[in-house]
Design a protein around this ligand. Structure first.
Ligand code: C2E
Ligand code: CA
Ligand code: CA
Length: 588
């Protein structure tokens, strides 16, 4: 716990008023005081660690005196009006600095902040002994209140965060500009401290109330300021986020410094100053003055803190790689809607599925491709997982379903008997109208339901509950086949999956690609196929790349295969050419 004098000094420092230039708004009040009391001397006197410093003064030349034996210091300590009718008659002040310089009379009223810290005194002094009336006392207290209003007004005026008393974001901008003028090109390091995770703030707001968060910010500010010392200035950006600058140093030393700050903040909790779990993190970003905008500096340091939190570390250095991948993810996510509208970025390719027994191509899997205008070709393995749990999954799948059915209808009209399988995300099955929309698309394209198949991953089916099952029920009842995709990669048991309305199991390519080489995998695949058949599923193996794998799958009675051995996913016209040459699809 801070002692009261330390807390008082901290409050005074945070006002950034010590050693500032004289100001007419204060001088006006001191002149008035001197006139009202008919005394030659009056001052706004602030009690620093070892001096009384005068923000405003009438009738004195110097701007500070020692704190020792100064009556203003007593006003600060007692927070009371102090009257000394005759200094020479007072055992306490007879030998004081003021008495020695000829002062006999003193009256001072406390300058007290709203939080209850007394910063110093509004005082009047005379060279003769004097009495004070009750009315005069009231006047002096009023004058002190006017001084305090002035201090608080100046303090609040856009420069300082009123909650913590620290400089704010605007001041950080200004501070950096000044530094850049002084030392352009020099390296500096920004440390971004976040006391509570952003997502937890709203929970704390709800459970503990806004006053608690204010107090948390104040206590953290005090703690951090003490930990970083007086050389470095601390800025409060809001929401318990702070930033300060240090000189360039080795990565290890910076991390060490950051972790120390973090420990100090965590100690608040054990000192019971904070009744909740604080999980501070510190992000570190090194930059050259003048070579990065303030906004980029803050963004990088903040990103470093988020990455650190994400990885369960207390502190972390800004990493361009992590940031680039984050930026890329954001770019992809924010570009999906536009790409869906532009219509020349997303397109479908089709990978043939071949019957093991006859070698005839019976269908194809529709696979999504994205030709991004800036990033080029982006794999669905990268962007599907990003989108899958957002509302965009709905429109993206709707796009795929629409396009795949249109292509299937075209081939159907050409007399090609192909079943086109379409990948569906877990979230799609939670859309109450999903099955109905698929069926509507089929009707519109005049396509029989057995001309398409839907692929759903095992994990998509687990835990989605009744909503997903009822969508699948509607689809299977209408005659659409359902395949369980990536089979074998989840933890689910076949007996559980068996309760779901599905007809086909697609064994994940992880098991198939190296089938020729590994005996254990062969045993595994053999038992998967055996079990699936026993339960009445048709089995498809994907990722077939070698004749050896194909031969083995043939022995095991696998029904269909798909993989680079036959063809990569192909554009529709290439697919048609492929069909003509190798696919031997029955036509007509
Ligand atoms: P998936 O559904 O398991 O698709 C099979 C993936 O294996 C495809 O990757 C395909 O190109 C690849 N592949 C096929 N044969 C071979 C082979 O012999 N060897 C190897 N190494 N790979 C082979 P792709 O096209 O990159 O798709 C990746 C994943 O993205 C898909 O895995 C699927 O989960 C997802 N995806 C693709 N299109 C869609 C879509 O329209 N909707 C949804 N929801 N997901 C899609
Ligand atoms: Ca698939
Ligand atoms: Ca798969």
């Amino acid at each position: 716990m801070k002692n009261p004098e330390q807390a008082r000094l901290f409050a005074l420092q945070q006002l950034n008023i010590l050693d500032t230039s004289p100001s007419e708004s204060f001088d006006r009040i001191t002149r008035m005081a001197s006139q009202l009391f008919g005394l030659p001397i009056s001052a706004v006197s602030l009690t620093d660690a070892d001096r009384q410093w005068f923000k405003s003064r009438v009738g004195v030349d110097h701007c500070e005196i020692p704190r020792e034996k100064a009556p203003c210091a007593d006003v600060s300590t007692s927070s009371q009006v102090v009257i000394i009718n005759d200094m020479l008659a007072s055992s306490c002040y007879r030998e004081s600095h003021l008495a020695n310089s000829g002062i006999r009379f003193y009256a001072g009223a406390p300058l007290t902040t709203r939080e209850g810290y007394t910063l110093g005194a509004m005082c009047v002094l005379g060279t003769e002994p004097r009495e004070v009336t009750e009315q005069e006392k009231v006047t002096l207290v009023d004058l002190a209140a006017m001084v305090m209003s002035q201090i608080e007004l100046q303090h609040a005026f856009g420069r300082v965060d009123s909650l913590t008393g620290l400089a704010n974001r605007g001041q950080f901008d200004e501070g950096l500009q000044d530094l850049t003028l002084d030392a352009p090109g020099e390296q500096r390091v920004a440390l971004f401290t976040e006391v509570v995770e952003a997502s937890e703030l709203s929970i704390l707001h709800r459970t503990m109330g806004p006053a608690f968060l204010d107090e948390l910010a104040r206590v953290s500010a005090q703690c951090l300021q003490e930990a970083i010392g007086s050389e470095s200035k601390l800025y409060h950006l809001g929401s318990g986020q702070f930033v300060h600058l240090v000189s360039a140093d080795s990565d290890e030393r910076l991390i060490e410094h950051a972790l120390r700050l973090r420990e100090d903040l965590m100690a608040l909790e054990s000192a019971r100053e904070v009744p909740v779990l604080v999980r501070p993190v510190v992000g570190i970003a090194t930059f050259r003055l003048g070579e990065m905008t303030v906004s980029d500096i803050l963004r990088s340091a903040h990103a470093a803190s988020l990455d650190a939190r994400h990885m369960g570390e207390g502190a972390g250095l800004f990493s361009t790689e992590l940031d680039d991948s984050f930026q890329r993810r954001i770019m992809l996510l924010s570009d999906v809607s536009r790409a869906l509208e532009s219509d020349d970025e997303f397109y479908l390719v089709f990978q043939p599925r071949v019957s093991v027994k006859t070698g005839v191509c019976q269908g194809a899997e529709a696979l999504l491709r994205w030709r991004h205008p800036v990033l080029g070709e982006v794999s669905p393995a990268e962007f599907i997982p990003l989108i899958e749990n957002t509302p965009m999954a709905r429109s993206l799948t709707a796009w795929v379903v629409h396009r795949a059915i249109r292509q299937a209808a075209l081939w159907h009209r050409q007399g090609r008997k192909l079943r086109i399988s379409i990948n569906v995300s877990a979230t799609n099955l939670e859309e109450a109208d999903f099955a109905q929309r698929v069926l509507a698309e089929l009707r519109e394209a005049n396509l029989p339901t057995d001309a398409i198949e839907l692929e759903v991953t095992e994990s998509a089916l687990i835990g989605k509950g009744q909503a997903a099952v009822s969508q699948l029920d509607i689809l299977t009842e209408a005659g659409i086949l359902i395949a369980i995709d990536d089979f074998g990669t989840g933890y689910s048991s076949l007996s559980y999956l068996h309760e779901l309305p599905a007809n086909i199991v697609k064994i994940d390519r992880g098991f198939i690609t190296h089938l020729g080489e590994d005996a254990r995998t062969r045993t595994l695949v053999a038992s998967m196929i055996g079990m699936a058949h026993d339960l009445g599923y048709s089995v498809v193996a994907e990722g077939v790349e070698s004749e050896a794998a194909l031969a083995y799958l043939g022995q095991l009675g696998c029904n269909e295969v798909q993989g680079y051995l036959f063809a990569k996913p192909l554009l529709p016209d290439t697919f048609e050419t492929w069909l003509g040459s190798k696919g031997a699809a029955r036509v007509g």
